[in-house]
Design a protein around this ligand. Structure first.
Ligand SMILES: Nc1nc2c(ncn2[C@@H]2O[C@H](COP(=O)(O)OP(=O)(O)OP(=O)(O)O)[C@@H](O)[C@H]2O)c(=O)[nH]1
Length: 591
């Protein structure tokens, strides 16, 4: 086997929690690849670093391995983070073919570690986990750039045990999140098991192993996806829209298929109409030897996937981070414009009649947020890219449903005038840079609000209650009548009117006594003495009568529509019995 010409370089993204070492890992991969020799010199792209296969194999100290691989190397996206991962899409999927989730072995899982795993699972992207900062384990004896096992074997028994313990905590946490995993050298089937590699981004220990495992993954799972057509029209994703001196607005993009040339007509995703423009220049970064040249970039006439390049072209102002860039010919232009438009609309338009409003910084992260909210059945009224503006607040404040008078912002800021406006409205705002934190916060808030409003309602609403006057238990005939009653459904309280089986109000409960003590309410099963203002026993009420708490129509509606789920079985029985009486004459009572 040898490198196949029609396979493009797999694209790799590094994800993980803040400070767990994403940038250090990328620096290490970039730096050590540079020093590893001529043949393996890395290529710096715009927004990405390419490590050729030869460099990886050299690093592992086993040139024989070269024959085993067919992919030309690995292209690491230079912007780390799950955010970059979600932003960088290719036709609705993730742009990255592979991912590395980095976790500080001494700190374990953190919110963004978990978020990264969720996102990768959703996109079905193959990944490895690296347990970083092994050099910080107490007593560690660093072995610069050494493969992990060689380094491990040089550690004392005590250090090895300490590493093993921490390592198995990582494995345990992965298990808790639904992933079966093991140390990479013990994984036989990477499709069902996640490989975990202990590394140090500072000393370079374990990095050769990481690169080898990535290559293995690429080869095993991606070969079929990596075929590309070098002569086909270029397709890419916008990494960043940037103002450059002398060039105007430019876009940095990762081209993941086909070819892109100077003079090509391209269609670029935008929140408005897709941008149609002509490539003025295709730019690559200058290499170190050309440092004396003034310009940061050099022009090339054409590039082929996978590569990171900068493009200068007219009218790029509205280009969307994470959006598509596609080369079109006069014949395909119309179709390509339509496809690019529908990619953007698919995220924006797929919203509900009523629901919350969401904002995110890029089209990719907006899509990730929409997906997560949909999974939770949270309705979305409007999904948009950009900071939270005054207009957003005004629009949302007009929504009556308090649960929908909500803005959820992912990785965005609130503009100063909007902040001002927010104070004078009832709009609830959630902002975070971890999607599932946002969702949890929103759900917790809803729960809290529901409980609060149910509590207020249930304190004022008259609940269903049904009781019978027990035989031989008339203690006083009238003014007030005092009788012994048994509660047979729901709850009765003082100051509540009561009706008989005809629906006629016969009096008001004045007091309740249980075992000689005054009580304010009595529940099903209790036998209490009840004083009733109004009736006389033997006339309006009799021993053996079944009587009901008189629920006003408005209360009955609230009970049926809002509190039904919170009523107990016996309360429901009492409710049904009461409704039956009221609806005998008027079937639409409380409907
Ligand atoms: N000892 C040791 N320190 C490390 C290692 N990896 C990273 N660090 C340190 O940890 C800190 C954070 O590392 P970064 O690479 O900036 O982490 P990051 O994940 O890119 O952080 P953000 O970009 O803020 O999300 C820095 O001080 C690094 O020097 C490691 O393997 N060993």
């Amino acid at each position: 086997m040898a490198v196949k010409d029609d396979l493009r370089t797999p694209i790799v993204c590094v994800m993980g929690h803040v400070d767990h070492g994403k940038t250090s890992l990328l620096d290490n991969i970039r730096g050590s690849a540079v020093v590893s020799g001529e043949a393996g010199a890395i290529t710096q792209h715009i927004g990405a670093t390419e490590v050729p296969i030869r460099s990886i194999v050299d690093k592992c100290g086993n040139p024989g391995l070269l024959d085993q691989f067919v992919v030309p190397g690995l292209l690491f996206i230079d912007t780390p983070g799950h955010h970059a991962f979600t932003t960088l899409r290719s036709r609705g999927g993730a742009l990255a073919d592979l991912a590395i989730v980095i976790v500080d072995i001494n700190e374990g899982f953190k919110p963004q570690t978990i978020e990264s795993l969720h996102i990768l699972k959703q996109h079905k992207t193959p990944f490895v986990v690296v347990a970083n900062k092994i050099d910080k384990i107490h007593g560690w004896n660093p072995q610069k750039d050494s493969p992990f096992m060689a380094s491990y074997n040089k550690q004392s028994e005590h250090v090895r045990t300490s590493l093993d313990n921490k390592f198995y905590e990582v494995i345990g946490e992965l298990y808790n999140h639904g992933f079966s995993s093991d140390r990479y050298d013990r994984v036989a089937d990477f499709q069902h098991n996640i490989g975990v590699i202990p590394i140090s981004a500072i000393t370079g220990e374990g990095i050769p192993d990481l690169l080898m495992v990535l290559l293995g993954l690429a080869q095993r799972f991606l070969e079929s996806n990596l075929h590309y057509d070098a002569t086909g029209p270029g397709v890419g994703t916008v990494l960043e829209v940037k103002e450059e001196r002398g060039l105007g607005t430019t876009i940095d993009l990762i081209l993941y298929d086909g070819t892109l040339k100077k003079g090509d007509t391209i269609v670029v995703g935008s929140l408005d109409e897709p941008i149609q423009t002509k490539v003025r220049a295709v730019l690559k970064p200058r290499v170190l030897s050309e440092i004396n040249v003034e310009d940061k970039f050099k022009q090339v006439s054409k590039v082929t996937a996978a590569i990171g390049v900068k493009i200068s072209a007219p009218n790029l102002d509205g280009a969307l981070s994470g959006g598509s860039v596609r080369v079109a010919t006069p014949e395909t232009l119309e179709t390509v414009v339509e496809e690019v438009r529908s990619e953007v609309e698919a995220v924006q338009i797929d919203t509900d009649q009523s629901g919350i409003t969401i904002k995110a910084d890029t089209i990719g992260s907006l899509e990730a947020l929409v997906n997560e909210l949909k999974k939770e059945d949270i309705p979305i009224r409007k999904a948009d890219v950009g900071d939270i503006s005054n207009r957003d607040i005004v629009e949302v404040s007009a929504i009556e449903d308090p649960f929908h008078s909500v803005i959820v912002g992912f990785n965005v800021n609130i503009l100063p005038d909007a902040k001002e406006k927010l104070r004078s409205t009832g709009v609830k705002l959630f902002m975070n840079d971890v999607i599932y934190r946002l969702i949890d916060d929103y759900k917790d808030w809803i729960k809290e609000q529901r409980a609060l409003s149910e509590k207020t309602i249930s304190e004022t609403i008259i609940k269903p209650g049904m009781f019978t006057i027990m035989p031989d238990c008339t203690f006083r005939q009238s003014k007030p009548a005092v009788v012994g009653v048994r509660i047979i459904g729901g709850v009765v309280k003082t100051k509540v009117d009561i009706t008989n089986e005809d629906g006629t109000v016969v009096g008001t409960i004045k007091g309740l006594q249980s075992r000689g003590e005054n009580v304010s309410e009595a529940r099903t099963g209790m036998e209490v003495a009840m004083s009733i203002e109004g009736p006389t026993v033997g006339r309006q009420i009799h021993e053996g009568d079944i009587l009901h708490a008189n629920i006003p129509e408005r209360h009955a509606k609230v009970l049926e529509h809002e509190l039904y789920d919170s009523l107990s079985a016996d309360e429901l029985d009492a409710m049904d019995a009461f409704l039956e009486i009221k609806r005998r004459d008027n079937p639409f009572w409380a409907k």
